[in-house]
Design a protein around this ligand. Structure first.
Ligand SMILES: Cc1ncc(C[n+]2csc(CCOP(=O)(O)OP(=O)(O)O)c2C)c(N)n1
Length: 810
């Protein structure tokens, strides 16, 4: 009986009633015939889709069943969105997909397609992706076109995957029990997080990257042929065929999210500019975001109004129509390499998720109406009307699938869960410092060996090691150039980085030397800048996006925290986001620019698990640290933030005007190995006896502390100044050793007292049992004001010497 909440029982009852009421078909139709006279699907194909939809429905029911006795931790499968089975059928299984959390039916179809398409290749089969790629203008036969009708069997593997996700089994194939996601590398399904719409900027980045890599050769040059070639050293491992399109699905409420509007805007912006972004957005519109309704007509109006994005629509309760429209949309995106959106109308059954009491915000009549529009029942009706099957036959399939799903559910609930913290974090951010060092050595060997001529050419006949002492900005510029030379798939992009060469000139000349395909300006949206990086990294590129100021990272921070940092974690390393995000930041610009150009807070980055944070203070550290970050991104898929102190970009002197002590020569490749800076290793400066005091600092604090140490030296105090260089992971061993050597530690932290880096340093000392004296000087818990008032909140050289003297007086 229907209550004011649709229960699994209601749904099951209603499905049976609907089928029982269907009249027997007037005559049977051959399974190989179109399901209706002009339908693009045969009876067999539609029956396959029905089986996928039923499997997904049974997964929804099983999810609730598992939860009812505390063994299930996630309940959403498709629940009304089963029409997405037809979307999957109309795509190629090699089209990378980022899926909405109601994609159970899509996932079943995709898994079956891949299993059906997995032939044993003949020994002489070509292996290059370009040669393997299907004809770009022909759409695929849908899953099961030739195969005999298989009931549940083709979907059993997918069902097991989903059930394992629901019970948090450590044998779940993608996240290994870390989350319930749809994802599998062999299905080209990239896991998405629960943060709605946060995967859309990545999808645009993937679209851009797929298209770029199609047009570049292994040296990063345009081929002009539209076909990616080669397999030489440094060639990108592009997991998808060159004519792939990216598919990205989400709900109707998600359309309103800032990340979604950013992604639509970026896709449209590039389209307007003539660049190709082959992304098919799929908005699965059930009219609700948990309890909030999408106003009637809003979703269509807003999707139709997106500039540069072609609109298609289909009814998710009509699998034949959905298949036909998706086919048309996918063919259009594939052929023209331009973005489109498919607006798929769906319903929502059994509430938002397991715990949701819909009765609080939906009337019984509305719930009953949704039950009448059950897409699985609609497919059954179509099959019976067409004479493909009888209602009894379909019910038998439904029951058999139900049994099989329950059997699998019982099987997987006994599987092991993640058993320890070490298990949980094993996939988070692998670090293989020896391999990273070897990669740096290889780069050095290439730069001084086979790549020497190209290098000399790229530097206009004068490599940077012959250019004399450099500033921090110049050193980063030269190291970026060396990176672009050594990593053919590296791209540098961001606001103003290309034509202008960066607001501080750090990327000057790179576009002229390496071309607009590898060094390019983006639109003004940090979410999209990082999204492009996420997609590009996933597609095999080595992205180096720039965030113009630290203050403007914050509005896009979720792309780093929620997307970049979680990808290896939620995919056990099957997918990675190698990325080095350059961020200009920190304060001390003589009062110029106020808070937004002097942001001195990195707390938001320091607690992101697995993130590497580098802060080069000196030019001679900047180049090796950048090389390490690039190598670590390439080797371990690391997500690195390279935080560049703006105030030191053009600094030349240390103690006195004209002393040139903050300049440094650029190391020639032969010395890169000796000068390698591993992640998490500090640099120590010893002043005088270096026995009395340890100053631990980074960034602008290094220069101020060295000056303070010189003053203290005149008073007979020997200081060691430790430049952390890495804020994550902190160089804990160096901190402990250098602190213990003097027993007096002054932490000079230009970030804020609360949540600042200094807290981490002091905590590391306490954890290690350090028993000496310790003090902090840190920024005031304030935003940085404009003009000379900035001095009141920032750490000053006087504060450092005062702090040191207090410590020494103890
Ligand atoms: C950024 C963000 N805010 C809030 C939530 C909590 N939340 C989870 S699902 C959801 C509604 C999403 O609605 P819609 O996009 O229409 O998808 P549907 O569940 O209806 O398929 C909300 C608000 C979230 N996951 N992410």
């Amino acid at each position: 009986m229907l209550s004011d909440v649709t229960t699994p029982q209601d749904l099951d009852d209603r499905f049976r009633e609907t089928l029982a009421a269907l009249p027997a078909p007037a005559q049977r139709r051959d399974l190989a015939d179109p399901v209706t006279d002009d339908a693009p699907l045969t009876g067999a194909q539609l029956l396959d889709l029905f089986d996928a939809q039923v499997t997904s429905r049974q997964l929804d029911l099983a999810g609730r069943w598992l939860r009812s006795f505390g063994e299930g931790f996630y309940t959403i499968g498709s629940s009304g969105h089963e029409g997405n089975a037809a979307v999957a059928a109309a795509l190629r299984p090699t089209d990378p997909a980022l899926l909405h959390y109601r994609s159970g039916a899509f996932y079943c179809v995709r898994a079956a397609q891949v299993a059906a398409d997995a032939p044993t290749p003949p020994a002489d089969a070509p292996t290059s992706p370009a040669a393997d790629a299907p004809d770009p203008d022909s759409e695929p036969e849908p899953a099961g076109s030739e195969a005999p009708v298989g009931g549940f069997v083709p979907y059993a593997e997918a069902a097991r995957d989903v059930l394992r996700g629901m019970v948090a089994s450590s044998e779940e194939p993608i996240a290994g029990g870390r989350h319930k996601v749809f994802g599998r590398a062999d299905l080209a399904v990239v896991p998405t997080t629960s943060t709605i719409a946060s995967h859309l900027p990545r999808a645009v980045g993937m679209g851009l990257a797929v298209e770029r890599l199609r047009r570049l050769d292994t040296a990063g040059r345009r081929t002009g042929t539209g076909v990616r070639v080669g397999s030489g050293a440094g060639a990108a491992h592009v997991p998808w065929p060159p004519d792939a399109i990216v598919v990205c699905s989400f709900g109707d409420a998600s359309v309103n999210h800032a990340s979604a509007t950013a992604a639509f805007n970026t896709a449209g912006w590039y389209d307007h500019a003539g660049l190709r972004i082959p992304v098919l957005f799929v908005c699965e519109d059930n009219g609700l975001g948990i309890s909030v309704r999408s106003p009637e007509g809003w979703v269509e109006a807003t999707l139709r109004a997106k500039p540069g994005i072609r609109y298609f629509s289909a009814d998710g309760a009509d699998p034949v129509g959905t298949y036909a429209v998706t086919q048309e949309a996918a063919a259009w995106v594939r052929r023209y390499r331009r973005p489109a959106v498919l607006h798929l109308r769906t319903i929502r059954l059994m509430g938002h998720a397991g715990a949701d009491a819909e009765s609080a915000y939906r009337s019984p009549a509305e719930l009953a109406e949704d039950l009448d529009r059950d897409p699985v029942a609609a497919t059954a009706r179509l099959l019976v009307d067409a004479g493909v099957a009888t209602a009894e036959e379909l019910l038998a399939r439904y029951d058999e699938t139900g049994w099989q799903v329950r059997r699998l559910a019982e099987e997987v609930l006994g599987e092991p869960k993640l058993a320890s913290a070490a298990d949980v974090v094993s996939a988070l951010a692998p670090r293989r410092p020896v391999r990273v060092a070897r990669a740096v050595a290889d780069a050095a060997a290439r730069a001084s060996g086979p790549g020497a001529a190209a290098r000399e050419g790229a530097f206009g006949g004068k490599p940077p090691e012959l250019s004399g002492p450099m500033t921090l900005a110049q050193s980063i510029n030269a190291a970026l150039a060396d990176g672009l030379l050594d990593h053919p798939q590296m791209a540098v992009f961001g606001e103003d980085v290309a034509v202008k060469g960066g607001v501080y000139g750090v990327t000057k000349g790179l576009r002229d030397r390496f071309g607009a395909a590898r060094v390019f300006d983006t639109l003004l949206d940090e979410t999209s800048v990082l999204g492009l990086g996420l997609g590009a990294g996933l597609a095999g590129m080595l992205p180096v996006p720039e965030i113009q100021y630290l203050a403007y990272l914050h509005n896009a921070e979720d792309q780093l925290r929620g997307e970049a940092a979680t990808m290896q974690f939620f995919s056990r390393g099957a997918f990675r986001n190698p990325m080095v995000v350059r961020v200009a930041g920190l304060a001390y610009q003589q009062g110029f620019g106020g808070h937004f150009h002097n942001d001195n807070s990195v707390a938001v980055l320091r607690d992101v698990p697995g993130l590497v944070i580098a802060v080069p203070a000196r030019p001679d550290d900047a180049a090796p640290m950048l090389r390490t970050c690039l190598a670590s991104a390439a080797v371990d898929g690391s997500v690195c933030v390279f935080l560049e102190p703006i105030a030191l970009y053009h600094t030349r002197d240390l103690y006195a005007d004209g002393d040139g002590e903050w300049l440094a020569g650029y190391p020639e490749p032969g010395s890169w190995v000796a000068g390698h800076v591993p992640i998490g290793r500090a640099r120590v400066y010893r002043i005088g006896s270096a026995d009395d005091l340890t100053i631990i600092t980074f960034g602008n604090g290094v220069r101020m502390s060295l000056r303070a140490a010189a003053v203290l030296a005149e008073e007979g105090v020997g200081t060691r100044v430790v430049d952390l260089r890495w804020l994550a992971p902190l160089p804990v061993a160096d901190i402990i050793r250098e602190s213990s050597a003097t027993g007096r530690v002054l932490v000079v932290d230009e970030t804020r007292r609360s949540g600042g880096v200094g807290e981490g340093v002091i905590a590391a000392l306490v954890d290690a049992g350090y028993v000496g004296a310790a003090r902090r000087v840190a920024g005031v818990d304030s935003f940085v004001p404009l003009g000379p008032a900035a001095r009141h909140v920032l750490v000053s050289p006087e504060a450092i010497t005062d702090g040191a003297r207090t410590l020494l007086a103890r």
